[in-house]
Design a protein around this ligand. Structure first.
Ligand code: NAD
Length: 261
């Protein structure tokens, strides 16, 4: 039986860890050739190996999503090797600076916004020339912090970048519909990944400034504890595939009800 994404090319940013890694494996399992983008080649070499071992194709591209030259060249390399790009998962992101607003340095603010928001813009911008002809699906990883949950005190830079991704994704959906390119935004709640390592403040400082919140039923009522990257990968597969062919310009929460409590 033909696999859902057989013959398609998918580009995934932040593919070396967490949600990006799980999505890379999921899309490859379902037939896609996968281009893996991350800051360091060693982060993604192992993912490439896993994909090769399952009999699918992968390529490794070391690139910083906040750098226009890196992103442009990465998409050009993918297109010159595999042709049309059908799926883009703009997912790379950091927690970045976590601090009271008056303590956030302008440089730390820029770093967070540049990775999360500018990185998304660049990943979409440089994908378009390689998607326009045959259409495709773009999926952007925002967060419940993007427009529903503001309980994580100290995360004004992160939340601003995530809200920006939602607005940008909706504008892109409208603009790119003419080419048959769908754009959707996923908003995960807490997911068990390595993202806390990409936080500019250390654990102790984090504890000091976060407002402690007690939930009667745990963080995510549907399941105790954080969600899993593979659960997010299932959503990415759905949005990448033809099963979601009439869905574009929407944000989808994947948070076990976390954002409603
Ligand atoms: P992670 O740290 O496990 O993985 C992120 C990956 O992105 C890493 O491999 C990192 O090297 C890469 N990356 C970071 N900056 C980059 C850059 N400038 N260029 C290229 N690659 C870069 O984190 P994750 O939890 O899998 O995060 C993925 C996305 O999910 C992020 O956008 C994050 O904001 C979002 N998100 C995560 C959670 C969560 O609880 N984990 C919740 C909501 C949203």
């Amino acid at each position: 039986m033909e696999k859902t994404l057989q013959g398609q090319t998918a580009v995934i940013t932040g593919a070396g860890s967490g949600i990006g890694r799980a999505a890379a494996l999921k899309l490859a399992e379902n037939g896609a050739r996968v281009a893996l983008i991350d800051l360091k080649e060693e982060n993604i070499a192992e993912v490439k190996q896993q994909i090769t071992d399952m009999g699918s194709e992968a390529m490794v591209l070391e690139a910083d999503v906040s750098k226009p030259k890196d992103v442009k060249e990465a998409f050009e390399q993918v297109a010159s090797k595999w042709g049309h790009v059908g799926v883009v998962f703009a997912n790379a992101g950091i927690n970045g600076v976590v601090a009271p607003i008056e303590d956030i340095s302008p440089d730390d603010w820029d770093d967070t916004l540049e990775t999360n928001l500018k990185g998304t813009f660049l990943s979409v911008k440089y994908a378009i020339p390689h998607m326009k002809e045959n259409g495709g699906s773009i999926i952007i990883t925002s967060s419940i912090n993007g427009n529903r949950v503001f309980k994580n005190w100290g995360m004004s830079a992160y939340s601003s970048s995530k809200a920006g991704q939602v607005a940008f994704g909706k504008m892109a959906a409208l603009e790119l519909a003419q080419y048959g390119i769908r754009v959707n935004i996923i908003c995960p709640g807490a997911i068990d990944t390595n993202i806390d390592q990409n936080t500019f403040k250390k654990e102790e400082q984090l504890k000091e400034i976060m407002i402690p919140i007690e939930y009667p039923e745990g963080n995510q009522p549907l399941e105790q504890g954080a969600g899993k990257a593979r659960q997010v990968a299932d959503l990415v597969l759905f949005l990448a595939s033809g099963q979601s062919s009439h869905i574009s310009g929407t944000e989808i929460y994947i948070d076990g009800v976390e954002s409603l409590i």
